[in-house]
Design a binder for this molecule. Structure first.
Ligand SMILES: [Zn+2]
Length: 839
C-alpha cells in the first residue's frame, strides 16, 4: 500500500497536480497506528501539509489545538515578535514525565552543576530542542512541523511510548514567525492551479526584502549570542531553562542541492568546541543517513557549512555542552521547481525535514546516556579549567556611558553569566573604571567557556574561509574599556536583580541645562528636544563649569527665549532624561573655563528629518539595521523611500538621507536627484559600496585603494579557496580618532574598534584634519583578514566628508550598525546626522 501510494504520488507530481493525491501518509511512518482522537493538520487548518505554505497563524492554531487534544503536549507563549505574533513552544513527553516536569528539569540542570556529578543517568530523560525555519523563506521545516507534531501526539505503540519516556522534546514550531508569514503570503498568492515548476515563474522570485529575515530585516540566525531581538530572547531563555542536549536547526539551501546535515567542514570548527562534540555529531548523523537512505533521498555532510560563529543556532549549543545540528534542504522555494535532481516538490522537501526530525529523536534515545554524560563531563572540565585560570575576572565599563555598558551586561544576564558590580571607582591596568558603569565578570563559573567565546580576541586561524563573521569580541563591539584581573579584589556584590538605569535633571535652572554627548541614548534625548522646537546647541570645544569638565559635543539647552516657560522646560527635560536614562545638569552661569556658554563655538542644532533609501539594489540587512536603530533604540522617525519611486519623491523636507550598502548598480537618476538635493543643503550619508557609487556618479572624489591580486600557482580546484580567502567576512580593526571633529563627539578614548565586512578602502586625505578616523598602522584587533587586504587597510580611512554646494556628502566604508549589537559605533551615524552641518 505504501509503495502504491508513493508511486501514485510521484506519478501525479510529474503532471504537476500534486495536491489532488497529497496525503498525510506520504510523510508518516506507515507500520504503526495513530490515535484517531488526535486531529490531523488538514482537519484544523483546512489544507493538507504541503498543499499550501502554512501561514503562521494557522500553524499556531494547529499547535494549540493539538496541545488541547493530547496529554503528551503542553504549550506556552514566550513573548511577541515585532509584528505581535506569539512565540510558542511545545513541550512533548510522556504524560508521566509531564506530571514531574519541574523535577525532571531541576535534575537535568543539576547535571551541569557540581552536585550533578553523582547523578544516575539510568532513568534520566534526554532533552532535545527542535526548531524550524529560522529563515522564513526556508519553509519546509515549519511545514514539516505540522506532520511532526501530529506524529508525536498521535503515534501509538511501545516504541513511541518508550521514546517519550526517555525524552523531553522542546519543539519550537517557527523560529521566525514574521518571516514565515511574509513568505507564505508570497508563495500562496503566486500559486497557480496547475503548479508551474518553471524557475522563471514569479512564485520563485520574492520581492525585496523577501521572507528570510524578521520584521526589521535581521538574519535571526546570527543573533543567538548577542540576543538583541525578541524571538532570540525567548529562545535563549528556553535554552538556559532546559540546557538541551541536542538542538536542531532546520534550514533550506539552493534548489539544485540535496540535503545537508552536520558535521560540517572539519577544519572550520571553533577551537572552544571539544572534539567529542563533533564525534557525537557524526554519530547522530549516521541516524539521518540511515533514515534518508530508507526513503531514497540524497544527502551530504562534512562540506560547505562550518561550525565557527557561536551566534548561529547550530554552533551556539556547542560551547555549552550541547550538540547543535544544522540541516539544509534543497529549496523548492514555492510549490514545485525544476532542479538538477528532477522535479523538486514542496512535499518532498517537507518529508526530508520530517524524516530527520524523527531520526534526531531516535539518535537521542539510543545515545541518551552517552550524550548526557558528555554534557556532565563538559561542565566538569570547564569548571576545572576555570578554577585553574590565571585570569580571575574581567572588568569592563565606560566611565562616561553607563547605558552602553548596561546593555553589554544585559547580554551576560540573558546568557546566564554571573557578574558583579565594581566595589568602588578604581584604576585597573591604567584604565579608570567607575562604579555604576562597570561590571566584574568572575572567570570561575559554570559558563566560563561562553565568557571566553564572547570576550576573546583571535587573529590566527587554521582555515581562511568563514561562513560568517570571524571576529565578534563583545567589549570591542560595545567600545567599552576592559581589563583582565588576577584577583577578585575589585568585585563588589553579585548583581542578581538586574534593573534598568534611571536618569533625570538635578535641579531647575533659570539659565541653562547641559549634558555630555557620551551616553548611548543622548541622540534619543536630543531628538525629543528638537522635535519640541526647543533650541539646543552643541559645544565644539571642551570647557569646565561649576567644577565639572564638559567634553567636545556637550549639548546646551538655554532657558531664556524658548517656546516653554522655565518651569515647563524643566518638567519636559526631566521627562526626556528619564526616558533616555541620562542625567542632565542645571547651571546658573555661562562663565566657564574654556568656551563660555554664549560663545560662537556653540553651534545651533537643526531639527532633523531623515530618510533612507530601501528596496531593490540596497542591502536589506544594512537598511534594516538602520531602521531598527532609529525606530527601536532612539524613537526617531525615519522615512523608508523605495528605489522604485525615489525619483518621484519630493526630497525638500529631509535634512539627511541615508544610502545603505548597495548591491549592484542603482539608477543614475537617483544619483542626479541626490546631487541636486545635497547642493541645496542636504546631508547624504553612504555606507560601504555606496561610497563607490557616489564616486562613480561624481558626488565625491575619493581615491580608492585597489588590490592587484594575481592567482599564482593556484589550481582550478583551489580557486574558490583562493578567492574566498580574500573576502573580509567580518572582523574588527583599530582606528585612531581626532576627538575634536564632530564625527567623534561623544567618544572618550582616542581609539575606536570598527567592524568591517567589505573590501572598500579609501586613501586618506592629504589634509590630515580631514581624516578624523583613520586605521592604525597595525589595525587587526580580532578576526580574519588576508595579508593583501590588511596591507590595503593600514592607514586608510573608514570615514570621509566632502562639501558639495550648501550640503555634505559623508561616507562610511564600515558597518557602524552591525546586527543591532555593535553599540560602540552607533553614535557615529547619529553624529553625521545631528552635527553634519558643523563638519
Ligand atoms: Zn537558512
Amino acid at each position: 500500500m505504501k509503495k502504491l501510494l508513493l508511486f501514485l504520488f510521484v506519478a501525479t507530481m510529474q503532471i504537476s497536480t500534486a495536491q489532488e493525491s497529497l496525503d498525510l501518509n506520504y510523510y508518516l511512518p506507515q507500520n504503526i497506528t495513530y490515535d484517531p482522537s488526535i486531529p490531523k493538520p488538514a482537519d484544523v487548518i483546512g489544507h493538507e501539509v504541503g498543499e499550501w505554505h502554512v501561514t503562521h497563524d494557522k500553524l499556531m492554531f494547529y499547535m494549540q489545538t493539538l496541545a488541547k487534544a493530547s496529554d503528551r503536549i503542553t504549550i506556552e507563549n514566550r513573548g511577541e515578535t515585532y509584528e505581535g505574533r506569539p512565540i510558542l513552544l511545545l513541550t512533548v513527553t510522556s504524560p508521566k514525565n509531564h506530571a514531574n516536569l519541574e523535577q525532571i528539569r531541576q535534575a537535568h540542570l543539576a547535571l551541569t552543576d557540581n552536585n550533578g556529578n553523582n547523578a544516575s543517568l539510568e532513568n534520566m530523560p534526554i532533552v532535545v530542542y527542535q526548531g524550524f525555519s529560522i529563515h522564513g523563506n526556508e519553509p519546509s521545516g515549519a511545514n514539516a512541523g505540522l506532520a511532526y507534531a501530529y506524529y508525536l501526539a498521535a503515534a501509538q505503540g511501545p516504541e513511541i511510548e518508550a521514546l517519550l519516556d526517555q525524552e523531553i522534546i522542546l519543539m519550537d514550531p517557527s523560529f521566525n514567525p514574521d518571516g514565515l508569514q511574509r513568505f507564505a503570503y508570497w508563495a500562496n498568492t503566486n500559486k497557480s492551479k496547475n503548479l508551474n515548476p518553471d524557475g522563471n515563474e514569479r512564485e520563485y522570485h520574492e520581492v525585496w526584502p523577501g521572507g528570510r529575515t524578521n520584521h526589521y530585516w535581521f538574519d535571526m540566525n546570527r543573533d543567538w549570542l548577542p540576543v538583541q531581538l525578541p524571538e532570540s530572547r525567548a529562545r535563549i531563555e528556553s535554552f538556559h531553562k532546559w540546557m538541551p542536549n541536542i538542538l536542531t536547526d532546520h534550514h533550506e539551501m539552493g534548489t539544485n542541492s540535496s540535503f545537508f546535515f552536520q558535521p560540517g567542514e572539519p577544519t572550520r570548527v571553533h577551537p572552544l568546541t571539544p572534539k567529542i562534540n563533533q564525534e557525537l555529531t557524526a554519530e547522530i548523523g549516521s541516524y539521518h543517513a540511515k533514515a534518508l537512505d530508507k526513503i531514497g533521498s540524497f544527502y551530504y555532510s562534512e562540506e560547505n557549512y562550518d561550525d565557527y560563529y557561536y551566534g548561529k543556532g547550530s554552533t551556539y549549543p556547542d560551547v555549552q555542552g550541547s550538540i547543535g545540528i544544522l540541516f539544509e534542504q534543497g529549496s523548492s522555494r514555492g510549490h514545485i521547481q525544476e532542479s538538477d535532481n528532477g522535479l523538486l516538490t514542496f512535499p518532498f522537501t517537507i518529508r526530508n525535514q520530517f524524516t530527520t526530525a524523527l531520526s534526531t529523536i531516535e539518535a537521542a534515545k539510543n545515545m541518551r546516556t552517552k550524550i548526557l554524560s558528555y554534557q556532565r563531563d563538559f561542565y566538569k572540565d570547564t569548571r576545572a579549567n576555570a578554577a585553574k585560570s590565571k585570569t580571575k575576572a574581567i572588568v569592563f565599563g565606560d566611565a562616561k556611558d553607563a547605558n552602553k555598558t548596561w546593555h553589554l551586561a544585559e547580554i551576560l544576564n540573558r546568557q546566564k553569566i554571573k557578574f558583579h558590580e565594581l566595589s568602588k571607582d578604581a584604576t585597573i591596568n591604567g584604565v579608570a573604571y567607575k562604579k555604576g558603569s562597570s561590571y566584574v565578570v568572575p572567570m570561575d563559573q559554570k559558563n566560563n567557556r561562553l565568557i571566553q567565546a564572547m570576550f576573546e580576541k583571535r587573529t590566527t586561524f587554521t582555515d581562511s574561509l568563514f561562513y560568517d563573521i570571524s571576529g565578534w569580541t563583545f567589549p570591542m563591539a560595545f567600545n567599552v574599556d576592559y581589563s583582565e584581573m588576577g584577583s577578585l579584589s575589585n568585585a563588589g556584590q553579585e548583581i542578581t536583580d538586574f534593573k534598568p538605569l534611571t536618569g533625570g535633571v538635578d535641579a531647575m535652572s533659570n539659565y541653562a541645562y547641559l549634558f555630555e554627548w557620551n551616553e548611548y541614548y543622548t541622540p534619543k534625548a536630543l531628538n525629543r528636544i528638537l522635535n519640541k522646537d526647543i533650541r539646543a546647541k552643541v559645544a565644539k570645544s571642551p570647557f569646565t563649569l561649576e567644577g565639572r569638565q564638559y567634553d567636545y559635543g556637550t549639548i546646551m539647552v538655554p532657558v531664556q527665549n524658548q517656546e516653554m516657560d522655565p518651569k515647563a522646560l524643566y518638567a519636559f527635560l526631566d521627562e526626556v532624561a528619564k526616558e533616555s536614562r541620562i542625567n542632565i545638569t542645571s547651571v546658573g552661569t555661562g562663565l566657564t573655563k574654556g568656551i563660555d556658554l554664549g560663545s560662537n563655538d556653540f553651534d545651533l542644532i537643526k531639527k532633523q528629518e531623515v530618510a533612507i533609501l530601501v528596496g531593490n539594489g540596497i542591502s536589506s540587512y544594512d537598511a534594516g539595521e538602520i531602521w531598527h536603530l532609529f525606530d527601536q533604540r532612539y524613537d526617531m522617525k525615519i522615512t523608508k523611500i523605495d528605489t522604485e519611486y525615489f525619483t518621484r519623491a519630493d526630497l525638500s523636507r529631509y535634512t539627511a538621507i541615508i544610502v545603505p550598502s548597495t548591491r549592484g548598480s542603482l539608477d543614475k537618476k537617483i544619483a542626479e536627484q541626490i546631487k541636486d538635493w545635497v547642493s541645496s543643503g542636504g546631508t547624504v550619508i553612504g555606507y560601504k559600496n555606496a561610497a563607490e557609487w557616489f564616486n562613480k556618479n561624481e558626488l565625491t572624489k575619493f581615491t580608492f585603494k585597489k588590490d592587484t591580486l594575481l592567482a599564482k600557482n593556484i589550481s582550478f580546484e583551489q580557486r574558490e579557496k583562493f578567492f574566498g580567502a580574500q573576502e573580509t567576512g567580518g572582523a574588527i580593526f583599530q582606528t585612531r580618532l581626532d576627538r575634536s571633529h564632530p564625527i567623534n563627539f561623544g567618544y572618550k578614548n582616542n581609539t575606536l574598534p570598527m567592524f568591517r565586512d567589505t573590501n572598500v578602502y579609501i586613501e586618506p586625505s592629504k589634509d590630515s584634519y580631514n581624516n578624523p578616523i583613520q586605521y592604525t598602522n597595525d589595525p587587526l584587533l580580532s578576526g580574519y583578514v588576508s595579508e593583501e587586504n590588511l596591507k590595503l587597510l593600514k592607514n586608510s580611512v573608514p570615514f570621509q566628508v566632502n562639501r558639495m554646494g550648501r550640503g555634505r556628502v559623508i561616507v562610511f566604508t564600515d558597518n557602524t550598525n552591525f546586527r543591532a549589537f555593535w553599540y560602540g559605533t552607533n553614535k557615529l551615524l547619529m553624529n553625521a546626522i545631528f552635527f553634519g552641518q558643523s563638519m
